[in-house]
Design a protein around this ligand. Structure first.
Ligand code: PXP
Length: 239
């Protein structure tokens, strides 16, 4: 059995709730089911427009559920303040653009290094583990290490899109090499975005993979089979 852990992103429970701007389905209840069904960590992405997860959801989960809480957020002063207020166990800094439907690609570390470095320092001082969402490129992994990140989350968007196509093997190799470098640099190793029940297996086999963070495919499957089954099936798929 492998040691890779499963972070379940519960954003899309909140997406459904926002369809009616109602109380249900409640991300708090989802967090409880995820933890009972094999999920190792609760992942929530607070976006600037609050289109799914709201500040109160983070407070609710933090206060009412004993779990590892991982917050995905943009590297902004507003989000930094929120992280310091709610104290997730870990934060992943991600890029965010006005019109995006979901995150596309990793952080542009070179262009934003001063601010990202500053936020990393503040969060680290507060005891929050910091990871950077990066493309599986050697220069980004090295830069994350130099800037003080504890871990990298390798962006698996392009790999996921390559599934069943000619360039699939090349994309997997890119991730394997990036993972190898991250471990050489003694960084924590996470991967995520666009992962599903099929494309996840080769990533779970990567030596040293600590966390796979998965949301959309699991919540989509939950619509048909229930959240408990959807999470436990994913847990099985990565073991
Ligand atoms: N990792 C990061 C950094 C993300 O921004 C997201 C989406 O919020 C995920 C993982 C989960 O992606 P998906 O919903 O495609 O599984």
């Amino acid at each position: 059995m492998r040691n890779v852990k499963l972070g379940i992103n519960i954003d899309h429970i909140a997406t459904l709730r926002e369809g009616r701007k109602d109380k249900n389905p409640d991300p708090l209840e989802a967090a409880r089911v995820v933890l009972k069904s094999g999920g190792d960590m609760i992942v929530m992405h607070l976006r600037h427009d609050r289109r799914h997860i709201k500040d109160a959801d983070i407070a609710n989960v933090r206060e009412n559920v004993k779990c590892l809480l991982h917050l995905e957020m943009a590297a902004t002063k507003e989000m930094e303040k929120i992280a310091l207020k709610y104290r997730p166990d870990s934060v992943c800094l991600v890029p965010e653009f006005e019109d995006e439907v979901t995150t596309r690609g990793g952080l542009k570390l070179k262009a934003n290094s001063a601010e990202i470095k500053r936020i990393t320092k503040t969060l680290s001082k507060a005891g929050i583990e910091v990871s950077y969402f990066v493309d599986p490129e050697p220069q980004d992994i090295r830069m994350a290490h130099n800037m003080g990140a504890d871990a990298v989350e390798l962006c698996t968007n392009v790999y996921a899109e390559s599934w069943g196509k000619k360039f699939q093997a090349g994309e997997l190799e890119k991730i394997q090499l990036a993972a190898y470098l991250a471990k050489e640099l003694e960084l924590g190793l996470h991967a995520g975005h666009g992962l599903d029940y099929y494309n996840v297996a080769p990533l779970a086999k990567i030596e040293g993979m600590d966390y796979l963070n998965i949301g959309f495919s699991v919540i989509s499957r939950a619509v048909f089979v229930g959240l408990k089954t959807a999470v436990s099936e994913m847990k099985r798929a990565i073991q």
